[in-house]
Design a protein around this ligand. Structure first.
Ligand SMILES: *Cc1c(COP(=O)(O)O)cnc(C)c1O
Length: 368
């Protein structure tokens, strides 16, 4: 049994049935296993609101960052390419770092970490840089929990002829995303976030007409998204190289449970109810949010330290002893911590968490 509830951005608390699904050993060569992969690929397209005619899902071994890096270095040609990157947190910066490793030309538009990316700032650059070919941004910036407006930014960047790459790692399956309607070229996520599976692979919802033009772009054999897709398509769900079989079984079970819950819309409502209870409950305990409610995702919330001498390590340990694991902050100049509310949690768990925080807060006040 798990010793505590994970109130983190993933890996997160999974259901007993998702964990139980891993108690089987499948052959990666057999049709029965490949059928499970196909079931998952089809289901992910449906979650992304993308039709199988125009979109394909590609699964790739590794954590979410592997899928992001695979996408960048497959999508972007070796010559005559330049990427505009919207950055307002650590995951946006990670994309920039990947582009530097890959030696890909890019322009980063860096905004405030506590505010959504501003379309006007991106527009200004897109209008004056005809060398741009691609655009990349984060949907939910897990650094703070701020939600970036892909609904307005993606169509605007497409109007400039840019191929769009969206890191929806911590929002996919938890927030509805109209991938096809928005015309997103690459939408990236992983098994261990809002899908509520366990860590081990990432996936990309790719526009067929876009990825079809990327053969030979990849600078890495194992992270070649084009070849990974080609293998899955030609061999009916067969992975190139060893696949994380147990993780895939867990993800297939997690997908079925998401459908049973009522799909992404129902999960979004559950997350929103939890986040709302969390934010208002914390406010009553004098913990202030660092992101305005209108810009806040229903995934993870950042709280400023309530005082200069706030002892986060003691706070963390005391909560862990009571069965709740929270997350440190990541904002450079603002001491803060984060509480996630994705995973197999509901408002009963959040109520229990708030009760524990109240007790811990009183205890720590006495110690000081
Ligand atoms: C979790 C996350 C990632 C990937 O992180 P990994 O540790 O590689 O799984 C990328 N982008 C965002 C926005 C994330 O939340």
């Amino acid at each position: 049994m798990t010793p505590y509830l994970l109130l983190t951005p993933g890996p997160l608390t999974t259901t007993a049935s998702v964990k139980a699904a891993m108690q089987n050993d499948y052959s990666t060569w057999d049709d029965d296993y490949n059928a499970i992969t196909q079931h998952l690929r089809t289901g992910l397209l449906r979650l992304a609101q993308a039709s199988p005619d125009n979109y394909a899902s590609v699964l790739i071994q590794g954590s979410g960052s592997f899928a992001v890096e695979a996408t960048l270095q497959t999508a972007i040609p070796k010559t005559n390419a330049c990427v505009l990157v919207g950055v307002n947190g650590a995951y946006g910066r990670r994309i920039v770092e990947m582009l530097e490793y890959l030696d890909i030309d890019h322009i980063a538009v860096v905004g405030s970490e506590t505010q959504p990316l501003a379309l006007a700032d991106l527009e200004k650059i897109a209008q004056t840089h005809p060398e741009l070919t691609h655009f990349a941004m984060i949907h939910c910036e897990t650094t703070t929990g701020v939600l970036n407006p892909i609904e307005t930014i993606v169509p605007a960047m497409r109007a400039h002829g840019l191929v769009t790459i969206i890191d929806a790692m911590s929002s996919f399956a938890g927030i509805p995303i109209a991938t096809e309607m928005l015309g997103i070229d690459y939408l990236i996520s992983s098994a261990n976030k809002c899908l509520q599976g366990v860590p081990g692979f990432g996936f990309v919802i790719a526009k067929r007409s876009t990825i079809a033009q990327t053969q030979g772009n990849a600078r890495s054999l194992s992270l070649d998204l084009f070849e990974q897709l080609a293998c899955m398509e030609v061999y009916n769900g067969k992975w190139r190289f060893t696949s994380p079989t147990h993780v895939v079984l867990a993800a297939a079970q997690a997908l079925d449970e998401l459908v049973e819950e009522g799909g992404v819309a129902a999960r979004y409502r559950r997350f929103r109810a939890c986040q709302h209870m969390l934010a208002t409950g914390m406010q009553e305990l004098a913990f202030e949010r660092i992101v305005a409610p209108a810009d806040q995702s229903p995934i993870i919330t950042s709280f400023a330290y309530p005082s200069e001498d706030f002892d986060f390590p003691a706070f963390y340990q005391a909560l862990k002893a009571r069965g709740f694991v929270i997350y440190p902050g990541k904002v450079a100049k603002l001491p803060s911590f984060r509480i996630g509310n994705i995973g197999d949690l509901d408002t009963t768990d959040i109520r229990a968490l708030l009760a524990a925080i109240r007790v811990v807060q009183a205890e720590l006040a006495v110690t000081v």
